[in-house]
Design a protein around this ligand. Structure first.
Ligand code: PRP
Length: 189
């Protein structure tokens, strides 16, 4: 049987592995432990479960791994936003494609994203969520590309800070390809 990599034609388009499966698992575990530590007191004293909101599609793999590293009761929701077209540069346009099904008011919300790049998407999404009056709102990202920010934005939890390179795998795509790679790779420009 052909491997996923040969089916995707990855050898032609993909350069080196930036982070291996093992390195990713270690970073996700660390962030899961940070969240567990930060929210344990709230859950014990108030019974309020954190509401994890994964932003589709890029966060699906990170979200699945992250919630398994959080040792607390939590609720899982998804929203979908689109900010890129088929290319590798942000269009600066954010469109909400799918909304959450839960009331945000009074909840302790943790937004889970695959990548923080220009800041456009998270800036708009967080403004929208804040208007719904959560008790608290934090942001957890798998990747933080600090050098490409157009809007000042800080994430509360970060697995990796990366340089300005176009990365794919572990949920991240180029024109909808490569999302199912288990590691993170740099796409040849
Ligand atoms: C990507 C990523 C973030 C956003 C980050 O989404 O998932 O949502 O871009 O970029 P920004 O900080 O410059 O706004 P994309 O629109 O590619 O959708 P996807 O998650 O479905 O791949």
């Amino acid at each position: 049987m052909k491997s996923v990599q040969s089916m995707l034609g990855i050898k032609d388009n993909i350069d080196q592995i930036l982070y291996s499966k093992e390195e990713i698992a270690q970073a996700v575990k660390r962030v899961g432990e940070e969240i567990t530590r930060d929210y344990a007191e709230t859950v014990t004293s108030t019974g309020r479960k954190p509401l994890m909101i994964g932003i589709l599609k890029g966060s699906f793999m990170f979200m699945a791994d992250l919630v398994r590293e959080i040792d607390l009761a939590c609720k899982v929701e998804f929203m979908a936003a689109k900010s890129y077209g088929q290319g590798t540069v942000s269009s600066g346009f954010v469109q909400i494609v799918k909304d959450v099904e839960t009331m945000i008011e009074g909840r302790d919300v943790i937004v889970v994203e695959d990548i923080l790049d220009t800041g456009n998407t998270l800036n708009e999404l967080c403004a929208l969520l804040r208007a719904r009056r959560p008790n608290s709102l934090k942001v957890c990202v798998f990747l933080d590309k600090r050098g490409t920010r157009k809007i000042p934005f800080e994430a509360d939890y970060v697995c990796f800070e990366i340089e300005n390179e176009f990365v794919v795998g572990y949920g991240l795509d180029y024109a909808e390809r490569y999302r199912n790679l288990p590691d993170l790779r740099i796409l040849k420009q």
